[in-house]
Design a protein around this ligand. Sequence first.
Ligand code: AHM
Ligand code: MG
Length: 332
Amino acid sequence: MSHQKTTLGEFIIKNQASFSYSTGELSSLLNALRLAAKVVNHEVNKAGLVDLFGDSGDVNVQGEQQQKLDVFANKTFIQSLKNRNIVCGIVSEENDEFITIKGQDKESNGKYVVLMDPLDGSSNIDVNVSVGTIFSIYRRITPIGTPVEEKDFLQPGNAQIGAGYIVYGTSTMLVYTTGDGVNGFTLNPAIGTFYLSHPNMTFPEEGKVYSVNQGNYRHFPDSVKKYIKYCQQEEEDRPYTQRYIGSLVSDFHRNMIQGGVYLYPNSTVNKDGKLRLLYECNPIAFLTEQAGGIATDGQVDILDIVPSQIHERAPLYCGSSSMVKKLLEFIK
Ligand code: AHM
Ligand code: MG
């Protein structure tokens, strides 16, 4: 990779200058995520080796209990965010309750909350397929210096000030937005530096890929079944190709680059779908809209949903704008 490319660190600093009244806290938060991403990447990459060489299967060389990667990723991101005095609370898929972070003066004094899925698609780890981390950032609602409250996390997606993901794939990438477009950075593992490799990422308006777990077909609403049939029809531009990795981050990443639509519908089995609104659907929806796509639950824009529980679920349809519009013709 060329030494002339912008590093993520440089990009964050350059971008900070464009925020009026910027205090550098958001930059610091992004740097905390960047650091945790590298640590988790290192661990994900050697997951197979650890299994192979691990002593009794659950004790590592330091004599510590080996952790499952999703637990490791969770601890790493939380610790990295705790180490800086910027975040007052975290919601994680791995924790039932929200986490309060107290500042150095023992008050909860950070300005931001982070919601995350530390290792999404974790069933893919054992079979060496891509996984990801998803994050969403809000300004707290309650006053700085008071303990964080649940309402700080229960904000609609359109109040997000930042969102992104890390995809641990053939290469590791960090992709994020702070509301001014979407940019992707690829990790050079030899020197541990992320470089701007995908500036201004945008969804092609049209695509040829649909991503859905078709094994659940019989449980889907009739409208979604009809759309899937539409995708499979023999026409000038169809059938579309079906691609489903089973890792939202990876499926989304491919669709954003190549054009496509992702579906995780409600069903007779999961009445609100499977994906979590606050740390899966919302950050993905923010990225989608920043990249010129559409993200909806079938009725309203994902970003307009007002949440009532931190782990609530929502159906998700997102991707290339003309494909999602077509899908909505079937659903509405
Ligand atoms: P997880 O957070 O437990 O890993 O579940 C989320 C994942 C998504 O990444 C993926 O798109 C979806 O679940 C796959 O679910 P399914 O196996 O039902 O298709
Ligand atoms: Mg998940």
